[in-house]
Design a protein around this ligand. Structure first.
Ligand SMILES: C[S@@+](CC[C@H](N)C(=O)[O-])C[C@H]1O[C@@H](n2cnc3c(N)ncnc32)[C@H](O)[C@@H]1O
Length: 774
């Protein structure tokens, strides 16, 4: 899979750079167009993708009837976006025996003010549940939760054990709950109509992949419920669609061959991209897709929102022919966007080789690699989900890549006990040995003139388990992945000369949305360690850290590394010190572990940030000390007095500076919202870094970059110090798990460059107009 993806990104586009499309229609439409890069190829993929849609519609369009929209919702016939289904089992209560819908959520749209949801309605006479579409507040709880399910008809609680038994016995069914369609004025939600149940039941599959799911694998749970084969992850209608589109890939290949006057390479290329569009569609056309009801993401949720194949109780079956989420043309469109942007000036090649046995052909190479991490993701098992469909269309073009029925597994570096008779220890050893061998190969094959780079992506499962309030440093320090990676590199005699956080994933993935998500990868910069690297003691290591870390951190701050990434980024300079020595000896003569070094680096980060307090004014130092203890909460006056003596300012000056409120023996910091609105940084009596920082954040939240720029333009050097303070406050909030506050300080830094651009912009415009502050 990975090799194929690399081929379509770096190998194929350059081969067809500057070519015009071969299909007559586009060729004539754009007769005088200069096709740059792989635009012509992208245009052909778009054209033949559309052709596939039209052909598929002729063959299977009858399975996707339009829906009758009730009069009160605008009437008429509407194209379906999705059918919403619930899995069902028979209620175990002998007196009931109803078909129990298993529903995680009845919500269809949670948009404030126009909520839509489903109400289960029971006909007690026949013990049958049907559904009504409701609007407004009041969505009922689902029938499945973490502990089990319950029957809406008789109220019996049903443990998962029973649900599994029914699934394994092949007795799990499905019931249509609702239809979502493209109404005249937007989405409409209607109750199931008979014609639609008939259409779904009428889909007859043939020639589908017959491969088995792994008995047990990382990230798979569906086998427990009776899904044993890859084809079980799709409804019959989805299988019909996938086989139809997949067959059409071969037909496109023939057509392009003819229309390009026998250009085999080109027709293979177009077919490859369209086969990938089919495999992308499997991610949206599976019975493991949820219906996402939140207004930001309203629509079909794809299977691989996480790198796992998880059970879904109520699923959304997308219509490939709609114009909404998950439709075929949409999936093709994503691909053409990539092809158009692919680098087409330099040719690349992608080959499949086991990294642990890299041999000749790789001497003096520049190596940049993103290795697997322990048992983080079961790549090979998961990629079979796509592979079985790609193989169907592409084994003729890439016989070597698709030689095996499923993805090759034996060489995969992954610490999964499932491959070692359940032994965690053997799995760990296999992974660590393999990783070490890989790093040693890398060190021996690398080119001495350049460093080698290794990517380390954050272990997302750890972050997600943290109620979505995870914040940077606290999480990474517990991560064995990090340690293994660093230990492996050190054991292979690399020294780490730098680490840089890098954003490499879309920010709307679940872990990032609405949370303080980390940079998705860290780049570790490595060079071979010299053979005569000295030994050192713990004390000297700490001294070296103390000497070097302050400047390194200042550089990271000046480079605008997000506060949320600072702890990870500081591992770089810290490890640069640690890995310079062949060993750091503890007082008992044993070698210091990477884990210990990481902890020491993290402690030092705190100290260095605290030392930066010397740059703040006395009022700010006091406010910081207070904040560390009480945050924005109230505290006793006496404590404030003591703190203020320690920091050498009088309490009254903080009140005067407008950042503190003291009343009735209690003291608290003013929240950003409470700051006076008639503030002017030019004439303010006591300007403090604290206030500037808080006001910058308030302006950013209320008015965006321009609001902040107006302030920044007038506070001079306070601006830079405010940014340093944001790092310090961020780190405090992270330790205290004050997620919202942490996010505010993080955004101030993240927006910094944009704000400075806005300052420039402001200066240009206010040169002619009256300034905001004077
Ligand atoms: C962290 S992922 C890299 C993801 C990649 N950067 C991307 O964006 O697709 C690690 C990759 O290493 C591959 N891998 C595991 N064992 C390997 C081996 N022995 N030789 C080569 N690749 C291996 C996995 O299949 C997986 O694709």
């Amino acid at each position: 899979m990975a090799v194929l993806i690399n081929k379509v990104l770096i190998e194929i586009p350059p081969k067809f750079a500057g070519r015009s499309p071969v299909n007559r229609e586009s060729y004539e439409k754009y007769l005088h167009k200069e096709w740059s890069g792989a635009e012509g190829l992208a245009e052909d993929v778009r054209y033949y993708g559309k052709w596939m849609r039209d052909e598929a519609w002729k063959r299977i369009g009858h399975l996707y009837p339009k829906v009758q929209v009730p009069k009160e919702l605008g009437g008429g016939m509407a194209t379906v976006i999705a059918w919403i289904w619930a899995r069902t089992i028979k209620c175990p209560n002998p007196a009931c025996g109803a078909s129990m819908p298993l529903v995680h959520s009845f919500a269809l749209s949670t948009k404030k003010g126009t909520e839509v949801w489903l109400e289960p309605v029971v006909d007690f006479a026949v013990r049958r549940v049907s559904f009504e579409v409701r609007r407004g507040k009041g969505v009922p709880k689902g029938t499945v939760n973490r502990t089990g399910a319950h029957c809406i008809v008789c109220g019996t609680s049903v443990p998962f054990e029973y649900v599994r038994e029914e699934g394994l016995a092949g007795r799990m069914g499905a019931q249509m709950m609702a239809i979502v369609a493209e109404g005249k004025g937007g989405r409409v939600y209607v109750v199931p109509q008979q014609e639609h149940e008939v259409a779904a039941a009428g889909a007859r599959t043939q020639d589908t992949p017959e491969t088995d799911l792994p008995e047990k694998a990382l990230g798979f749970r569906v086998q427990l419920y009776g899904m044993k084969k890859h084809k079980d992850l799709f409804t019959s209608r989805q299988l019909v669609a996938l086989t139809t589109f997949s067959n059409l890939v071969s037909e496109v290949r023939e057509r392009v061959l003819q229309e390009s006057d026998g250009n085999q390479l080109y027709s293979d290329a177009v077919a490859t991209y369209l086969a990938i569009a089919v495999s992308k569609s499997t991610d949206y056309w599976s019975n493991l897709c949820i219906w996402r009801s939140d207004p930001k993401n309203l629509g079909i949720g794809h299977v691989f929102a996480r790198q796992a194949i998880q059970m879904v109780w109520d699923y959304a079956e997308a219509n490939p022919f709609s114009e909404s989420s998950g439709n075929w043309l949409n999936n093709v469109q994503w691909l053409t966007l990539v092809i158009e942007r692919a680098v087409s000036t330099i040719g690349g090649t992608a080959q499949q080789i086991d990294a642990a046995v890299l041999t000749n052909g790789f001497s003096r190479s520049l190596i940049s690699t993103d290795p697997p991490y322990y048992d983080n993701i079961g790549y090979a098992d998961l990629s079979d989900f796509f592979y079985v469909w790609l193989r169907r269309s592409l084994s003729g073009i890439y016989p070597d890549l698709f030689g095996t029925v499923l993805v090759p597994k034996v060489q995969e570096l992954v610490a999964t006990p499932y491959r070692f008779d359940g032994s965690k220890e053997r799995a760990r050893r296999f992974f660590e040995d393999g990783l070490s061998r890989t790093f040693t190969r890398m060190r021996d094959s690398g080119c001495a003139d350049y460093p080698q780079t290794v990517y380390y992506a954050f272990k997302q499962s750890e972050a997600e388990s943290d109620d979505n309030n995870n914040i940077g440093g606290a999480v990474f320090s517990a991560s064995t992945g990090w340690e293994t990676m660093l230990e492996g590199l050190l054991r292979s005699n690399f020294s780490i000369t730098g680490t840089w956080p890098m954003r490499s994933e879309m920010s709307n993935r679940p872990v990032a949305s609405g949370t303080n998500a980390l940079a998705s990868s860290i780049v570790l910069v490595c060079r071979p360690r010299s053979v005569d690297a000295p030994l050192t003691s713990r004390r000297d290591f700490l001294n070296a850290l103390k000497r070097e870390l302050p400047k390194a951190l200042k550089d990271l701050q000046r480079g605008n590394v997000a506060p949320v990434d600072l702890a990870q980024a500081s591992i770089g300079p810290g490890m640069a010190v640690f890995s310079r020595y062949s060993k750091v000896l503890e007082s008992d003569g044993t070698a210091m572990r990477v884990r210990t070094a990481l902890q020491l680096i993290n402690q030092m980060l705190d100290e260095v940030l605290a030392e930066q307090e010397g740059e703040y004014d006395a009022d700010t130092r006091r406010a910081v000390a207070w904040f560390e203890q009480f945050g924005m909460d109230e505290g006793p006056y006496g404590v404030a007095e003591t703190l203020s003596k320690a920091k050498n300012t009088a309490l009254g000056t903080l009140v005067e500076a407008g950042i503190l409120r003291a009343q009735g023996g209690k003291v608290r910091l003013l929240s950003r919202g409470e700051f006076s609105s008639d503030w002017n940084p030019v004439t303010a009596k006591r300007l403090t870094v604290w206030e500037v920082t808080q006001r910058l954040i308030r302006a950013l939240q209320e008015q965006g970059d321009t609001g902040e720029a107006a302030i920044l333009d007038h506070v001079g050097a306070y601006g830079e110090v405010a940014r340093d303070l944001a790092y310090r406050l961020y780190t405090m909030c992270e330790r205290k798990k004050w997620a919202d506050e942490a996010l505010a300080y993080n955004s101030l830094v993240v927006e910094w460059f944009d704000i400075n651009d806005a300052v420039e912009q402001l200066r240009r415009t206010t040169a002619e107009q009256a300034p905001l502050f004077s």
